[in-house]
Design a binder for this molecule. Structure first.
Ligand code: NAP
Length: 542
């Protein structure tokens, strides 16, 4: 062994919510922290996703970090869902107010991370070849950050700009008066289309699987609403902590759709049709667990979607059929005028599933089996390799020398999404087999667990924390068991990223703990209270 001190106690990759939360909590615990990010600014996903219309789908006032009551009171949101610029300003505000910049190194890509058994330190290498050591290596790279670039013939021949929606040119892109093609029609396109269509000459969407689209119903933050929020922040934080998706939602008060009369059910569905994902959770408590209730909710959404689409042929392509898949087996997008945008003369929809699949991209556009469409710009809004993609994009090597990508070929195993067997002294914020939830809530819960585990290490003089293989096996089996009982398990038939079923390179798998974020947070608290039974703590022989 070596007694050399590492360069930092903790190295974190990613300067989004996780990176900033880790700086706060670890610094408070007396540790030295360095956060690296390849982006040119703080903000994580909000640095990369600058496409027109990009905004949060969680409501602003609980899509934020909660460690400082002062910050919660000082910051003012301007509307229900802030756009990427406002969210980005919020990140800079947090970094400024909490004096975090000295801990952050931007424009620095990490290209490898390797555990070193003799020292129990991690060796981290940057794209410039600089190396740094640390005792704790932590990923804050985010669960939806690694873009999926489809393999379409001729993609490199297109003469104009062609890029993934999450790699929007940082300097902006002048699409006014241009012909734009968008491949993909998930949450990103649902936000992007209505904004682009206002100034582009034309926008053509290449569409495969229909989505259940819920209305966002944007509204400004009034002084009265802000006052009410700021007077009740403790309750809002507690609501998030105790909600199955980490959201500050009310409950459905024990109501079940299947036990409610059709008239009353319709009345409740209508009354609560006020925007956001609230509708799914505040109407009836059985929509995501009972197939019949799920069909009732799906039919209501289908009817609402049809009301807003003028052209029945467009509706035929955009609106899911009840038998296609259950609501939430694919993550529903929130809509700010997407469906109405198809009534514009300059917006076109191409059904590439049943009518005219894409054959190739040419120098000037996209060729389908039926037509050639000419474009100045092509946007690939084709989604992400969720939960594991960022962790597999460069070699992260544990004790055995195996990388995470190699370990996760068949199954993406972890302990509660935060630790991985064979990777000591490493933590992941919201890794595979963590819940899918309002991310700042989950991130902060993970960071508190990680910080307390590190505090134990430091106060009790440990050098190594080893995730136990049997604990990883147990969590993986538990997560799979729950997954198999949910309607989300049907996501594999519609390429849901929530199961990695959108990847051509890998078989679908269980990526998400669907037992409820609140249940998961309880489990994390229990783990901490019991002294982290999933982990083995060791001292190196001196
Ligand atoms: P997505 O939901 O995975 O949608 C990708 C789209 O690309 C789908 O329509 C997919 O069709 C299509 N596609 C993929 N590969 C293709 C190919 N080879 N050829 C043709 N079409 C292809 O991705 P996303 O819209 O970027 O959203 C991903 C997630 O990011 C969201 O669900 C959400 O969690 C998050 N997000 C959040 C926000 C927010 O909160 N504000 C905004 C945007 C995104 P199929 O469906 O047929 O596979």
């Amino acid at each position: 062994m070596t007694t050399q001190k590492p360069d930092y106690d903790a190295i974190v990759i990613g300067a989004g919510f996780a990176g900033l939360a880790l700086i706060h909590y670890l610094r408070d615990a007396g540790l030295s922290v360095r956060v690296f990010d390849k982006a040119s600014d703080v903000g994580g996903t909000w640095t990369w996703n600058r496409y027109p219309g990009a905004m949060t789908d969680s409501e602003s006032y609980y899509y934020c970090l909660t460690f400082s009551k002062e910050l919660l009171q000082e910051w003012s949101w301007t509307r229900r869902y802030p756009d990427w610029k406002e969210t980005h300003n919020y990140f800079r505000f947090v970094a400024d107010r909490c004096d975090m910049w000295p801990h952050i190194q931007l424009n620095t890509e990490i290209v490898s991370a390797q555990y070193q058994q003799d020292s129990a330190h991690w060796l981290v290498t940057t794209g410039d070849g600089d190396t740094f050591t640390c005792k704790y290596f932590i990923s804050g790279m985010g669960m939806i950050s690694e873009p999926v670039i489809p393999k379409i013939k001729g993609m490199d021949t297109f003469k104009g700009p062609l890029f993934h929606s999450a790699r929007w040119p940082q300097e902006g892109l002048d699409y006014a008066g241009k012909r734009v093609g968008i491949i993909g029609a998930g949450a990103t396109t649902v936000q992007m289309l209505p904004v682009m269509a206002q100034t582009a000459e034309s926008v053509t969407v290449f569409h495969r699987t229909p989505n259940f689209i819920l209305p966002a119903m944007q509204r400004p933050m009034t002084p009265e609403w802000e006052k009410e929020i700021k007077e009740h922040y403790d309750e809002i934080i507690a609501k998030c902590r105790n909600h199955m998706f980490g959201m500050a939602f009310d409950t459905a008060e024990g109501r079940k759709a299947v036990e409610t009369s059709p008239e009353e059910r319709q009345r409740i569905f209508e009354e609560k049709w006020t925007g956001s994902f609230r509708w799914v959770f505040e109407t009836f408590e059985d929509l995501l667990s009972n197939p019949e209730a799920n069909r009732m909710a799906s039919q209501f959404i289908i009817d609402k979607m049809k009301e807003r689409i003028e052209d029945p042929e467009i509706a035929e392509i955009l609106v899911p059929k009840i038998e296609d898949y259950p609501l939430f087996a694919k993550r529903p997008p929130l809509d700010h005028g997407y469906l109405e945008a198809y009534s514009r003369d300059n917006v076109h929809l191409v059904d590439i599933k049943d009518r005219e699949p894409i054959v190739e991209i040419t120098e000037t556009g996209v060729r389908t089996t039926e037509n050639h469409y000419e474009f100045d710009i092509i946007v690939l809004a084709t989604g992400f390799s969720a939960y594991t993609g960022a962790l597999e994009a460069f070699p992260i090597r544990g004790v055995s020398g195996q990388t995470l990508a190699e370990k996760w070929q068949e199954q993406s195993k972890s302990i509660m999404g935060v630790c991985v067997a064979d990777f000591p002294n490493m933590f992941i914020v919201t890794g595979p087999q963590a819940p899918f939830a309002n991310l700042p809530t989950s991130i902060e819960q993970n960071v508190i667990w990680i910080t307390n585990c590190i505090k134990k290490m430091e106060s009790e003089g440990y050098d190594v924390v080893k995730p136990r293989q049997d604990a990883e096996d147990e969590w993986t089996a538990h997560t799979a068991e729950i997954h198999s009982q949910t309607l989300m398990a049907e996501g594999d038939k519609v390429h849901s990223w929530m199961m990695g079923a959108n990847l051509e390179t890998k078989a679908p798998r269980v990526l998400i703990y669907f037992g409820g974020a609140n249940v998961y947070y309880d489990r994390m608290d229990e783990s901490a209270n019991q002294g982290y039974p999933e982990l083995e703590f060791e001292k190196l022989a001196s």
